[in-house]
Ligand binder design. Sequence first.
Ligand SMILES: CSC[C@H]1O[C@H](OP(=O)(O)O)[C@H](O)[C@@H]1O
Length: 345
Amino acid sequence: MDTMRWQDDHLLLLDQTKLPLTEEYIECWDHIILCDAIKKLKVRGAPAIGAAAAFGVALAALNYTGEDRDEFAADVKKAIADLGKTRPTAVNLFWALRRMEAILEDIRTYSVKEQQERLVAEAKAIFDEDRAMNEQMGQYGLELIPESAGILTHCNAGALATAGFGTALGVIRAAHQAGKEISVFADETRPLLQGARLTAWELMQDGIPVTLITDSMAAYVMKQKLVDLVIVGADRITANGDVANKIGTYGVALAAKAHGIPFYVAAPVSTFDLSLESGLQIPIEERDTEEVRRVGDSITAPPGVPVYNPAFDVTPAELVTAFITDRGVFRPPYLETLRAMAETK
Ligand SMILES: CSC[C@H]1O[C@H](OP(=O)(O)O)[C@H](O)[C@@H]1O
């Protein structure tokens, strides 16, 4: 199963809202389809959103049929602006869009056709690099995973959230492939159930022992000493080590602290936003209130009941035991170590 597949002139995108029951791919021929898919979480997960947006920019470039460089650049920049308005929290989206826009800086040097080829190549590079970073992260994370460890994770930071292999689930996959006989507790992750629908599905596909629990069970499972470590993904990490991730992550981190359990965050360098000093500056997406009043098509709350639906929360750096990245494992104090990490190539 691939999150997305580039097909020379269009993108096949796995519709994650259909999982786990059906694997259905959407044919994407323009960036507007990608904007809709990102907004509706048909593709989701910080690195996957970045890669999908990059291919969206490539599609906008290919859809320009003229030869005027300035008109071409204006069309592509409009697509970049459209894609940048889809979801505010995952910094990988903006990191990828900046990489694509940087290709346009040589507009005078290359013909429109050459620019189209360069933009497609950059989108494919973003996608390929992400998968390689995840596999590298998995190897770095191995040192933190004891034999037969019980691991708790929240939401989905797996192959479905990336270009492949996954971040938090990438470390779990690497441990499983190394024969460590780990087992996983997956939080279902209300309201959109990425843990139940995606993480449980991914781990079962790989034959990795997984037990699905409700979000409210996480602390109790830790109290029963069934969890040796927690590992989650991230959507944006600031210079001081604060972490924006799926709503509920902060509560898991507090419970882990209370039970003396290590809390790890796995993320590629593209998830670090060192322009922000702390998590107070991270824009937190608020989503449609209907997502909380329903589970799928079933209404589970009084119609019109007031709802608060932030899609992410911020875990302060002091609750993070270490960051597992494609550049290595980083421990506190984060301000210095994360800046040094970002500067390494
Ligand atoms: C590997 S990043 C995955 C990250 O993204 C998820 O959010 P969403 O499903 O809303 O895109 C969640 O925060 C995961 O940890």
